[in-house]
Design a protein around this ligand. Structure first.
Ligand code: SGN
Ligand code: CA
Length: 550
């Protein structure tokens, strides 16, 4: 009898300990839950973060996140373009489900987004910077967002009251000032916060701050192995894409040659669009004081171009354009890194770092001359991949790396789980929590799905969908072609050899096709939906061309 009583008491005790433990774990009072700082830049290639690769630039501040937390080496997006990626991040759904398949139509704001769920759960929520949805964000208590793509110099912001205000300064600094000012003066210290801190940089046309513009003009960068790729073994889509540095990167708009000089020199190769248009945003927006800082640097670039361009062959021209591109792109990143440092310092100084989960990512990857390209869109590595670093002291071990195939589709569920907020059942990603807490056995994804839609459109990258595993990549290009490409990721990391027709890979192709169909079914994608989005695209193009004719 005594024994039974004792055993019962022990059992009750164990039960209480376990259930209290669970209660603590699953129902922390709202005030004790972690703050979230979600940092996203626009078009930031992982090749330009020293935590990933350090041949181009040092990013000591972004690297602080890596040193204090986890760096994902196999993170990717589901659709490599701005607004679709953002829609996927906010909804936790593929773009064929959330409807934001391309940049052109506005996002459907009646949908559930993770910031709204945070707000409903009692978080204070804010957003500063680039959203690019064609409408204002829902579920954030405070915001100041750039209209559309926004501007580098003296940017305008749409405010919560519906006004548009122009703030003098360099966009990356200004977005950070707004973020820090909110943390300092508007934060309700009784609540945890979710801060969406969203840079415009380093998006085209890569306008650096004057001091960085000058500093980076003196630098020379190593060329990627595939700078002179002629796309021989790739399909029509790579051959017809308009994102080649030599043939499509614009003299004025991109390389900062003054329009008057382009008119006078008529440089070869001839690039028809925009030859006159560039310097528009700069000419119109910069103050005389700002121009006094920019003009001497533009003088150096323009003098060099005038003197040397006519003497160069195409190989030299390609190299010149690559260096010019990298100088400006990386100078923009240097400002992003400095400003990330300001935010991390603020968290440290205000004793917030300990209980704040910090994410650094980009809306997609970017080509830094690989395959001769700039821009993104393709399922190929540099645009399919995206940087992803997460720091969360006490939960994530410092300085760890991870090779699992994670996607921007997973962010919403991850952050919701971190904040102990229930995720809706129809979100399509998976929480990365097992990877953050190094419980890899609870993670068993072996393939991810990708689908790009924006075609015909700028850069002319054809519509395609595909499956990616650690070993292979299989893509189907459709609409005005019907072509498949297969790459062996382990043996051909630069994806130079399309093996789709190679009989030795027939089994691989057959297996991947089966798996691809499974993924399409699981995520609710289909040929019918492809047609639906083609029809919408055609209708929109007709509407906008009839408007232009009005
Ligand atoms: C603009 C850019 C393109 C870029 C798209 C989409 N041209 O059209 O180069 O691909 O935005 O970018 S520019 O002349 O305006 O610089 S996205 O990141 O917003 O998707
Ligand atoms: Ca982008």
């Amino acid at each position: 009898m005594t024994f039974h009583l004792k055993a019962l008491r022990v059992l009750v005790f164990v039960f209480l300990v376990v259930s209290c433990g669970q209660q603590q774990e699953t129902q922390k009072p709202i005030a004790e839950r972690p703050n979230i700082v979600f940092i996203m830049s626009d078009d930031h290639a992982y090749q330009a973060i020293s935590a990933y690769q350090n041949h181009l630039i040092q990013t000591p501040n972004i690297d602080r996140i890596a040193k204090g937390g986890i760096t994902f080496h196999n993170a990717s997006v589901t659709n490599s373009i701005c607004a679709p990626s953002r829609a996927t991040i906010l909804t936790g759904k593929h773009t064929h489900i959330n409807g934001k398949t391309d940049n052109s139509r506005p996002f459907d704001t009646t949908q559930v987004t993770f910031p709204k769920l945070f707000q409903d759960a009692g978080y204070q929520t804010a957003m500063f910077g680039k959203l690019h949805f064609g409408n204002n964000p829902k579920g954030v208590d405070d915001f100041m967002i750039l209209p559309g793509q926004g501007n580098y110099i003296n940017p305008d912001f749409i405010t919560k009251n519906g006004d548009t205000v122009r703030i003098e300064g360099y966009v990356t600094d200004v977005i950070t000032d707004l973020t820090l000012d909110w943390l300092d003066t508007k934060r309700d210290t009784t609540k945890p916060f979710l801060m969406m801190y969203l840079h415009k940089a380093p998006h085209r046309p890569w306008w650096p701050r004057p001091d960085k513009f000058r500093e980076f003009l003196n630098k020379e960068f190593p060329e990627p192995e595939t700078l002179f790729d002629d796309y021989t073994s790739r399909g029509t889509a790579a051959k017809t894409a308009e994102m080649n540095l030599l043939r499509h990167m614009m003299y004025s708009h991109d390389s900062k040659i003054r329009p008057e000089l382009v008119q006078r020199m008529r440089p070869e190769p001839h690039i028809p669009e925009f030859e006159n248009s560039f310097h528009g945003p700069y000419t119109e927006r910069a103050t005389p004081e700002q121009k006094a800082l920019y003009e001497p640097i533009l003088d150096i670039i323009n003098t060099d171009f005038e003197e040397n361009w006519p003497k160069m062959d195409d190989t030299q021209k390609m190299r010149w354009k690559y260096q010019r591109y990298m100088q400006d792109y990386l100078a923009c990143i240097s400002s992003v890194d400095d400003n990330v440092g300001r935010v991390l310092d603020y968290l440290d100084e205000n004793h917030l770092s300990e209980n704040t989960l910090v994410v650094y990512t980009s809306d997609q990857g970017f080509y830094l001359g690989e395959h001769g390209w700039f821009d993104k869109r393709f399922i190929y590595n540099e645009s399919f991949g995206t940087p992803l670093l997460i720091r969360w002291p006490n939960t994530i071990k410092p300085g760890i790396t991870n090779e699992e195939m994670v996607q921007n589709l997973d962010f919403a569920q991850t952050l919701l789980e971190a904040a102990q907020i229930e995720a809706p059942n129809d979100m399509q990603g998976e929480s990365l929590m097992p990877l953050l807490t190094s419980n890899e056995t609870e993670w068993n994804r072996d393939a991810v799905y990708y689908h790009y839609y924006e075609y015909p459109a700028v850069h002319q990258v054809k519509r395609h969908y595909g499956i990616v595993t650690k070993a292979y990549k299989l893509a189907h290009f459709y609409y005005d072609v019907d072509e498949w490409e297969l790459y062996d990721r382990l043996n051909d990391p630069n994806e130079l050899h399309n093996l789709y027709e190679n009989p030795q890979y027939a089994d691989v192709v057959a297996n991947l096709k089966l798996k691809l169909e499974e993924l399409r079914e699981r995520y609710g994608d289909s040929d019918e939906l492809n047609q639906k989005y083609i029809d919408i695209h055609l209708k929109n193009s007709m509407d906008s061309s009839s408007k232009e004719n009005e």
